[in-house]
Design a binder for this molecule. Structure first.
Ligand code: NAD
Length: 391
């Protein structure tokens, strides 16, 4: 079985799907690993390190895409500089494992299905204890949560920790984290380590204890509806609940030096939680880091990929933060892929057991069919949207 690591072509993407250590574990199991020349260079893993780990370095992209049995990637397939789409380099019978944004970009999944590729989207790995080592959403969200606080600390014109010095006493910065999932909890822990006083809010009341165990105060909002969907994710809430949430958090936003927003609902636009009026009430010099920028943003003032200043408040809308820490991001991602590949391989050959909830849950296309109901629904919604625009 030939397993290939291709070079990422997305602008700003610095991660690589496997690091040399993961390659050597696979080659020891009798798997042939091909790595596209330069695939690891932006994450500081040179071709020579992959070669020492037992990989074959392949300079010809068309050859590596064309001859691999399994292709490993970080980001969704896209059009290359020469105008050829990566999906058109794949053929029937190949397997692809990557982040694929299956609910946000279902037409890519349709194209993979049309080409009879068996594709696994890491976004759909079930959030179960057994799948924890394969959970790339979590590993990468944790990097984003950490980095968001470092960005805020660098932009804030103040210290984070309380300091008692001969030049006077400095009070600690106040940080408010909205959304206490994987990224939010890491942001809380990082802000606490830097000495800030931290408050946090999430519509899932179950996270209260986790927030408190990290030394932060949990902001409670009473909502008269179920806020938790299957898999432990948040549900999209009603307009009434949105307004009640905004009213309840407004005071905490205005008191904060730093607001980190991480709230997301899978497959939906990120909920708008921090309004322009709330930003206007913040102290000039304060900072908002909106980790939901790519999904539409939790803050009304967010511009994805940009820093903007409104009423003296800097709003940072970072894109692909894990790529800004490519060494550890790639190391963690590679460990996630290694665990998943090991689940799929028996005696050095691919052996997909669709009775396994992880294989079944993460598979988006197989045998020329869309394998996942949520992706089928997303495709239908996309087609409905197109016909409404035409109508
Ligand atoms: P996510 O990225 O989908 O969302 C981030 C956070 O935003 C979530 O905590 C969500 O509740 C919150 N949120 C959504 N709408 C909101 C709103 N209107 N106001 C405030 N907050 C809002 O979430 P995630 O970090 O991927 O985690 C999702 C769930 O999966 C969590 O329950 C997490 O504990 C669980 N999880 C389980 C495992 C496992 O068991 N292996 C692994 C990772 C995550």
């Amino acid at each position: 079985m030939k397993l290939a690591v291709v070079k990422e072509i997305e602008v700003g993407e610095r991660r690589v799907a496997l690091i040399p250590d993961a390659v050597s574990r696979l080659t020891k199991q009798g798997i042939e690993v091909w790595v596209e020349a330069g695939a690891g260079e932006r994450s500081w893993f040179a071709d020579s390190l992959y070669e020492s780990a037992g990989a074959k370095i392949v300079a010809d992209a068309a050859m590596i895409w064309g001859e691999a049995d399994v292709v490993l990637k970080v980001g969704p397939l896209q059009e290359r500089e020469d105008g050829c789409h990566e999906v058109d380099l794949m053929h029937a019978g190949q397997t692809l494992i990557s982040f694929l944004d299956p609910l946000g970009n279902p037409s890519l999944i349709q194209r993979l299905s049309d080409r009879q590729v068996t594709a696994f989207a890491l976004e759909l790995i079930p959030r179960t204890s057994r799948a924890q080592s394969m959970d790339a959403l979590s590993s990468q969200a944790s990097l984003a949560g950490y980095k968001s606080v470092l960005i805020a600390a660098a932009v804030l014109p103040k210290f984070f920790p309380m300091l008692t010095t001969a030049a006077g006493t400095i009070p600690p910065a106040k940080v408010f984290v909205i959304g206490a999932g994987v990224a939010g909890l890491q942001a809380i822990a990082t802000a606490r380590r830097l000495g800030a006083v931290v408050e946090a809010f999430d519509i899932r009341p179950a996270v209260k204890e986790e927030v408190q165990s990290l030394g932060a105060r949990f902001v409670e909002v009473q909502l008269e509806e179920d806020t938790v969907a299957s898999g432990g994710y948040a549900r999209e809430v009603s307009e009434v609940a949105k307004q009640r949430t905004q009213a309840a958090i407004a005071e905490h936003v205005s008191q904060a030096d730093v607001v980190i927003t991480t709230a997301q609902v899978p497959g939906k636009r990120a909920p708008l939680l921090v309004t322009e009026e709330m930003v206007a009430r913040m102290k000039p010099g304060s900072v908002v880091v909106d980790l939901a920028a790519e999904q539409g943003g939790n803050c009304a003032c967010t511009a994805p990929g940009k820093d903007v200043v409104h009423h003296g408040v800097t709003i940072v809308g970072p894109i692909n933060l894990p790529a800004s820490m490519p060494v550890h991001a790639s190391q963690m991602y590679a460990k996630n892929l290694l665990s998943l590949v090991q689940l799929m391989v028996k005696d050095g050959a691919l052996n997909l057991n669709f009775a396994d909830d992880i294989i079944d849950g993460a598979c988006v296309t197989h045998a020329g069919q869309i394998h996942n109901q949520r992706v089928r629904d997303a495709l239908e919604a996309e087609a409905r949207g197109r016909s409404e625009v035409r109508g």
